[in-house]
Design a protein around this ligand. Structure first.
Ligand code: GDP
Length: 332
């Protein structure tokens, strides 16, 4: 079972100095606190984050997504070990909104990334179950800042490709990497155009053995598909690569492409991160407003009546929304 967000661990606020010194237990406790939904924990987390923020921002932030079975954990393990060999430290955070429904495709699977998890240069943290995609993503963003303050120089944010969470992850990273499988044909494996548009890097997995030739074809298909998409950045043209996490072919090239992307964005990275932080602020505000609106007794009373009236077609949804907003804003 995953640790619940408001587990007793969160009661013990970790020391900032311990986190900054890279103490992994302190970092883990900080993230538990960040993920907690209890109001007193939230307040403590805000204070902690304020102290950590000046020390954050030093990592390369990479988002990784792909359908279940595409090879995410195998890739992240091979990629992470490669980076560690090159002298880096790496934190892996997971955003898994599907876990609330399915019982967890990222969580609960203890054998994932076993070798990487054993390395002192890595830190792997799954997301809490039972929250909406947006909520998980926001807390993951804060966890990412904590990992940066703890000195990790690469943060990977993994999400399972079920559609809701990719945009949220793309909004918190410098580069979004989409993993796809060899084969799949003309429909490009049903990967939505919107998700393709988010990807700065597409990587075909499992390019080994009998799958090597299909992987090359898939790579060519995606290169063609990407060339048809409208350019989303004047600074970077999305690339398609192929690799094998089993024999290591192409893994170094993925990192080289990420380094090239970082170089290409040097002058605009601060702007990109600034825009992401501003968008995050508005998301937070939206969520906070919705939460206090839902917690408001008078709104709840009116909402029950208005929902019925909307269902029966007696009042339009927009008029009902206006009424509820009026009740909310008129409170003492
Ligand atoms: P995830 O669900 O996306 O995390 O996928 P996994 O990493 O668990 O991999 C799913 C399956 O694909 C497993 O059976 C892996 O052994 C296999 N797989 C992953 N990477 C490779 C690869 O590079 N080559 C081959 N041949 N198989 C792979």
């Amino acid at each position: 079972m995953a640790k619940q967000p408001d587990s007793p661990d969160a009661d013990e606020t970790p020391r900032v100095a311990d986190i900054l010194a890279g103490d992994r237990r302190a970092l883990a406790r900080a993230i538990t606190l960040i993920e907690s939904t209890r109001p007193d924990h939230r307040a403590a987390a805000e204070t902690l984050l304020e102290e950590l923020l000046p020390h954050a921002g030093g990592a390369v932030r990479i988002g990784i997504s792909g359908a279940p079975g595409v090879g995410k954990s195998t890739f992240i393990e091979a990629f992470g070990l490669h980076l560690i060999e090159a002298g880096h430290t790496i934190a892996v955070l997971a955003v898994d909104p599907s876990s609330a429904l399915s019982g967890g495709s990222i969580l609960g699977d203890k054998t994932r990334m076993e070798l990487l998890a054993k390395r002192p240069e890595s830190f792997i943290r799954p997301s809490p179950a039972g929250q909406a995609a947006g909520g998980v993503a926001r807390r993951t963003r804060e966890a990412m800042l904590a990992c940066e303050a703890a000195g990790f120089d690469i943060v990977l944010v993994e999400t399972v490709g079920v559609g809701q969470s990719e945009a949220a992850v793309a909004d918190m990273v410098d580069l979004f990497l989409l993993l796809i499988q060899p084969g799949g044909g003309d429909d490009l494996q049903g990967i939505k155009r919107g998700i393709m548009e988010l990807a700065e890097l597409v990587v075909v997995t499992k390019a080994d053995g009998v799958l090597e030739a299909p992987a090359r074809h898939t790579k060519a298909d995606y290169e063609a598909a990407l060339s048809l998409l409208r350019a989303t950045s004047p600074h970077w043209k999305p690339r398609v690569l192929a690799c094998s996490a089993l024999n290591g072919d192409g893994i170094a090239e993925v990192w080289e492409a990420i380094v090239a992307h970082k170089a290409a964005l040097t002058d605009v990275l601060a702007d990109k991160r600034g825009a992401q932080a501003r968008a995050w602020m508005w998301h937070e505000l939206q969520d906070e407003l919705m939460a206090s609106l839902r917690a408001d007794g008078r709104v709840a009373k009116q909402a029950a009546k208005l929902e019925e009236a909307v269902s029966d077609g007696k009042i339009s949804p927009s008029a009902a929304a206006q009424k509820l907003l009026g009740v909310f804003l008129a409170r003492d």
